[in-house]
Design a protein around this ligand. Sequence first.
Ligand SMILES: *[C@@H]1O[C@H](CO)[C@@H](O)[C@H](O)[C@H]1NC(C)=O
Ligand SMILES: *[C@@H]1O[C@H](CO)[C@@H](O)[C@H](O)[C@H]1NC(C)=O
Length: 260
Amino acid sequence: MAARRAINPSRRVLDSGGLPLVNSLHQKSRSSPLLSVGLVVLAAFILIGYSFRGSGGISGEKEALSMGQGVSCSSDVLNAIPILKKAYGDSMRKVLHVGPDSCAIVSKLLKEEDTEAWGVEPYDLEDADSSCKSLVRKGFVRVADIKFPLPYRPKSFSLVLVSDSLDYLSPKYLNKTLPDLARVSADGLVIFAGYPGQQRAKVSELAKFGRPAKLRSSSWWIRYFVQTGLEENESVIKKFEQASSESSYKPSCQIFHVSS
Ligand SMILES: *[C@@H]1O[C@H](CO)[C@@H](O)[C@H](O)[C@H]1NC(C)=O
Ligand SMILES: *[C@@H]1O[C@H](CO)[C@@H](O)[C@H](O)[C@H]1NC(C)=O
């Protein structure tokens, strides 16, 4: 499903660019109706070919990956900080962020008043800048594989934010990682996940997790929370929505507030 939607842009190009070309050829070659019929049939074959390619799971995913331009929820997390402060209040005093770009998110959190912050970066930090390297050296950010239990005691943080990384975990690993994220949080867990159809294309992410992102729908996540006994925090959801509309915060990712 995700693969098919990811293909849509190329199909749209064909729809808008391909067919007018056929039409203009048609006008020039009025003397040869057979030729224009042939062109229309050819165009139809190309369109059908593209739709089939789009629905083919594996080849579709490869195509989406080679298109580059991976999106992530990192900027949604950065922009959410004032909204989260309004919704969570005192629960923002000790925050753990888990996901890509953790250095950027942790350094922004550290600039907030009354907020301590730590980060777990699931990817290699080889090309990290000097301020990121300094955060790693001081122990604020660590690189860790989130398929394994996090090296923190229960309720070490008041709030845990996780972005993108869960999109790469199969249900088998989600079953371990999500309860572990809830374990280290005292007041809640905020999940930023991609919507189906969004492109996730970082090759380094693929190498790390061994599978491309599997972007799940809101209903999939909500069903998953119910199955695994995680509850959404309704009062925080209301406050977060209110603060979002007051600040015109429009995230491109879906956000869930789960009780720990
Ligand atoms: C994950 O946990 C749920 C709820 O405990 C269970 O129904 C499901 O089968 C598990 N999935 C995997 C792949 O282990
Ligand atoms: C919902 O979140 C708030 C803010 O962190 C917290 O105080 C409250 O205990 C949470 N409620 C539940 C049911 O977890």
